[in-house]
Write a protein that binds this ligand. Structure first.
Ligand SMILES: Nc1ncnc2c1ncn2[C@@H]1O[C@H](COP(=O)(O)OP(=O)(O)OP(=O)(O)O)[C@@H](O)[C@H]1O
Ligand SMILES: [Mg+2]
Length: 393
């Protein structure tokens, strides 16, 4: 048998590639707010716009998508977006837009894409709006029996303090991210300090202040990727568990050395590995198998409770009794290569940045019937969303 016959035999013996593929290459619009280019209110807080992405992150996402044979275009998430979408006519949008202002900024782009009947990745409108609103998220979790610190929201700052809450407490803007408005001063020990901080949050961030009991224990963040049945539509189904979710390692944030000790606040979130005051990052976290499983179970339940889709990151902290409590969910987790928590987690799992981006893209595309179906029963777990014909104008 010569070498060519051997190769032929091996090819025949190989199982056919069952990964779903697009019928043709797509035109993908990456939609984001870029730091320095998005408009911000002039009298806003000093950390306004901290959630916006660097152009290098958008370019890295574009490269990852193009590596799979698709074409990409970057569209800034500003008031010109409706016209740009009409001009570009993308097959699907890779959405990481944080939005500008308002009470549901992270839901602005999904709402526009729904209105224009354009497919897009990750969570839909309601989950993005709820996820941005930490108080609303905690109400839903509490209603679902999920553990989260006792809390009270202050709209005016003059509401009577709930006597059931005990100090120390933690004060934060109800609808921000990236540690905005959070640092060592967020921890308050008496009602005077609490009132002062609450009124500061309300006046500077122009939104309610969320007050929670302080959680003194270890801090973890869990990456969530997948959905029930995702293994049938995923690009790399072998990365998913039987429940349809990737079982990423847990990331622990050690805040002892943090520039704001004990708190993973805004300044700590801007620092890079090796810089003074950067928290420690441990992935996989040194936790027991039982605690690891419990953190993952909680993260997936927290994700599903707010109807998040395909990808998120769920933050938790332990209470004084060593029990994990949910802090918040990020339905648009940061995707800066090698820096954002989800990218660090994926890397520790052995999933490349390119794979992470393409999985998010494929999971999104599968919701609109954009993949050639794989053989086998259709159990993608979601009704297919309608795709309406669109016209270039
Ligand atoms: N109740 C609490 N008790 C103790 N620390 C807290 C509490 N709430 C928040 N923190 C600290 O503040 C940090 C930021 O809080 P949180 O995760 O709610 O805000 P965020 O800005 O939305 O975060 P992200 O950057 O993940 O979007 C937490 O990582 C934690 O270190
Ligand atoms: Mg957080």
């Amino acid at each position: 048998m010569d070498i060519h016959e051997t190769e032929g035999l091996m090819k025949e013996d190989e199982p056919p590639d069952r990964s779903p593929r697009p019928a043709r290459s797509w035109r993908v619009a990456v939609i984001a707010n870029v730091r320095g280019e998005s408009s911000l209110p002039q009298d806003g807080p000093s950390d306004a716009g901290a959630e916006f992405d660097k152009i290098e992150t958008i370019q890295a996402i574009q490269r990852a998508i193009e590596s799979d044979g698709h074409r990409t275009v970057f569209l800034p998430a500003n008031a010109n977006l409706p016209l740009a979408l009409r001009d570009e006519c993308p097959d699907i949008c890779f959405n990481i837009a944080e939005g500008e202002g308002g009470d549901g900024r992270e839901a602005q782009v999904p709402a526009l894409l729904e209105l224009m009947h354009i497919p897009y990745t990750a969570s839909r409108v309601t989950a993005n709006a709820i996820g941005l609103d930490k108080t609303m998220t905690k109400r839903i979790w509490r209603q679902n029996g999920l553990p989260t610190a006792a809390f009270q929201e202050f709209v005016t700052g003059f509401e009577p303090l709930d006597p059931q809450l005990s100090f120390p407490m933690f004060v934060k803007p109800a609808r921000e991210g990236t540690g905005m408005g959070m640092g060592a001063d967020s921890v308050v020990h008496n009602e005077n300090e609490l009132r002062r901080r609450v009124l500061w949050v309300i006046s500077i961030y122009q939104q309610p202040a969320l007050v929670e009991e302080f959680l003194p224990g270890r801090e973890f963040t869990i990456g969530v990727l997948g959905r029930p049945g995702a293994d049938l539509v995923a690009r790399r189904p072998e990365l998913y568990g039987a429940d349809g979710f990737v079982h990423f390692p847990t990331l622990e944030i050690d805040n002892q050395a943090s520039v704001t000790p004990g708190v993973y606040g805004h300044i700590a979130k801007t620092l890079h590995e090796g810089e003074a005051g950067v928290p420690g990052f441990l992935c996989p976290a040194p936790v027991s198998a039982e605690l690891n499983a419990e953190l993952h179970r909680l993260a997936v339940r927290a994700h599903l409770a707010v109807n998040a889709l395909d990808v998120s990151r769920v933050d938790m902290r332990m209470d004084a009794d060593g029990k994990p409590r949910l802090l918040e969910i990020n339905t648009l987790p940061g995707l800066t290569p090698g820096f954002s928590d989800l990218c660090v987690i994926a890397g520790a799992y052995g999933m490349s940045y390119q794979d992470l981006i393409l999985e998010i893209l494929y999971l999104g595309a599968s919701r609109y019937g954009m993949l050639e179906p794989r053989p086998g029963p259709n159990r993608i777990g979601l009704p297919q969303l309608a795709r309406m014909p669109r016209q270039r104008v």
